[in-house]
Design a protein around this ligand. Structure first.
Ligand code: G3P
Ligand code: MG
Length: 236
């Protein structure tokens, strides 16, 4: 599965509508984005500081939603809301919502319910986070939403957490994935999605390990590499 990381951030400003549109145009199976809650609004941005990706500075939480919307998020794009990205995608590809900031679990579950009402299928939506407390809250609010446990090392704790969240996947880093991790995940009926896989040798290695999907900043590289193969196109 080819998951466009923050859209297609290798080619367009990350987490912007332009980036998600480009990922769509490339033919990704899904996109990943990061959300924070500001002024009761879910905004799509990775960092909690503004400098790296916008014309603003300082902490995002020190700004109002309206102030954030006036910032340039690259090439004249603005910081989108989660709702805007959902509208753009319009059920055409899967969506992995990574909960970054505090307070996001409730509003994200609310958004998922709106998506279902608009026709999105549960297997098109995956919630993930390194903050497993946020995932716990999401699970308590919604017993069926698909959850991926983001892990930052290969310890048993990640698997234990995934099981207790009834997660469908382990979302793991390229630096520590190995055959044992993939095999253990699959033995536990967990999918394995790997971030961030950009180089062709790594894409090939992930294929050999049998992972279920990769997050890529340059989705066309993964799609070119898989020409002719049949890959799943949603979160199973
Ligand atoms: O969800 C995969 C990946 O996005 C996690 O790390 O820092 O890029 O959000 P990060
Ligand atoms: Mg992310």
């Amino acid at each position: 599965m080819c998951i466009g990381h923050r859209g297609a951030m290798g080619y367009a400003p990350e987490n912007t509508l332009a980036s998600f549109q480009l990922a769509l145009d490339m033919g990704v199976h899904a996109v990943e984005l990061d959300v924070h809650l500001v002024d009761g609004q879910l905004v799509v941005i990775h960092d909690d500081q503004l400098e790296r990706t916008t014309s603003g500075s300082g902490s995002m939480q020190d700004h109002s939603f309206e102030e954030l919307r006036r910032l340039d998020a690259g090439s004249g794009e603005h910081i989108p809301t989660l709702g805007e990205v959902v509208q753009l995608l319009d059920q055409r590809v899967g969506l992995n919502i990574e909960l970054k900031g505090p307070g996001t679990a409730g509003p994200v579950v609310e958004q998922v319910r709106n998506m279902r009402a608009a026709g999105w299928r549960d297997d098109q939506i995956l919630l993930s986070s390194f903050n497993h407390q946020l995932l716990r809250q999401a699970r308590e609010l919604d017993s069926t939403v698909k959850i991926g446990a983001l892990i930052s090392n290969a310890s048993e704790a990640g698997f234990k957490m995934a099981r207790s969240l009834q997660a469908i996947s382990i979302n793991a880093g390229l630096s520590f994935v190995d055959q044992d991790l993939v095999d253990e995940a699959h033995a536990n009926n967990l999918r394995v999605y790997i971030f961030t896989v950009n180089e062709s040798a790594d894409i090939q290695r992930m294929r050999e390990l049998g992972v279920d999907g990769v997050f890529c900043d340059y989705p066309d590289r993964v799609l070119a590499d898989q020409a002719g193969s049949m890959l799943p196109s949603d979160w199973r």
